[in-house]
Design a protein around this ligand. Structure first.
Ligand SMILES: Nc1ncnc2c1ncn2[C@@H]1O[C@H](COP(=O)(O)OP(=O)(O)OP(=O)(O)O)[C@@H](O)[C@H]1O
Length: 316
């Protein structure tokens, strides 16, 4: 079953600004879904609509089978959202914050107690129970924020740039936390992020959007297929005669173009095996010294830049 379906969604603000145009999207149950796009493309607007915070102008949305138009209360009961600003009360302890959140969801004391213990353990928060919440680092505060959002055992969790501004260690802990949420609680995660390696590492499905529309949606493997330009990376021993080497490489039919960065060649080819063999042979025959040669798969950064810098629309 699908966790979220969005069909022909439009949002125009009162000032006439069109934030979303005929937006279509499907999120499967239990997956980590990442929404990527540059600043101002409409990510927060979409989250605000899906979490019933603002109304769409037109379009059909279902979350866990409930229609947003006529059953928004059922949707609110089965989702949770961690916005960009933390919702922790710094005058209360970690456990009091969890209890408060549980009461907001109408849970009874025994359930709140059991779930608080479960979340503290699952997210390794025990050692912070005795500290003053106001003294927490940004990373620990964010972990508590996410733990609080899990007290209701939501079916869908929305995370709007949860790792922004955190150091790499804190981000890695949050990545683990997201995996735990997916695996232990079977919660679908809808994530927005500007960190492409984070999306690449965590996501089952990625959607890249631009100007209020999805450009492409699919798994990392599916996205790679559309970015069908393998690159051979060669690490030369020296930059001597580099121009002559580039000229010879460019003269080969199988090679599309060569980019040079200091002592590294990035050779774009149509066919990775043929391109690799030809490049290797040409360098060896010409006695060009190199210490590494490899076929590089495009990273999510390559795909993101390719798609967001071109006015194209694709469906997988
Ligand atoms: N309440 C509003 N009234 C008018 N325009 C708005 C409103 N909220 C957002 N916008 C505009 O809609 C567009 C999409 O904004 P949105 O905040 O959804 O982008 P975003 O992708 O979340 O950006 P960021 O990554 O910077 O958070 C922007 O041009 C923004 O200025």
């Amino acid at each position: 079953m699908e966790a979220i379906t969005v069909r022909e969604l439009n949002k125009t603000f009162k000032n006439g600004k069109k934030a979303l145009h005929n937006f279509n999207l499907t999120v499967s149950q239990g997956e980590i879904f990442s929404l990527l796009g540059q600043n101002g493309v409409g990510k927060s607007t979409l989250i605000n609509i899906l979490t019933t915070y603002i109304l769409p102008t037109s379009g059909e949305i279902t979350i866990m089978g409930y229609h947003l138009k006529n059953d928004s209360q059922s949707i609110r009961n089965c989702i949770s959202c961690v916005a960009q600003h933390t919702s922790i009360d710094k005058h209360m302890s970690l456990k009091e914050n969890l209890q408060f959140q549980g009461r907001l969801f109408g849970l009874d004391s025994a359930t709140i107690q059991a779930r608080s213990e479960e979340l503290i353990q699952a997210f390794h928060l025990t050692e912070y129970c005795d500290y003053n919440v106001s003294e927490y680092s940004g990373g620990v505060a964010r972990r508590l924020d996410i733990a609080m959002s899990m007290i209701s055992h939501p079916k869908v969790l929305f995370l709007d740039e949860p790792t922004v501004g955190l150091d790499i260690e804190s981000r890695q802990i949050l990545w683990q936390m997201m995996k735990t949420i997916q695996e232990k609680f079977n919660t679908t995660i809808f994530l927005t992020t500007h960190y492409l390696e984070e999306a690449q590492l965590l996501s089952d499905t990625i959607c890249i959007m631009k100007d209020g529309q999805p450009l492409i949606q699919g798994s990392m493997e599916e996205l790679r297929k559309y970015f069908s330009e393998p690159v051979i990376r060669v690490e030369l021993n020296t930059v001597d005669d580099i121009a002559a080497i580039v000229e010879r490489l460019n003269a080969q039919d199988v090679i599309k173009h060569v980019r040079v960065e200091e002592k590294t060649l990035y050779i774009s080819v149509d066919d990775s095996s043929e391109g690799f063999a030809k490049s290797n042979l040409l360098l060896t025959e010409n006695h060009v010294g190199f210490c590494a040669i490899e076929i590089q798969n495009p990273s999510l950064s390559d795909i993101f830049l390719k798609f967001t810098s071109q006015p194209i629309k694709m469906n997988l």
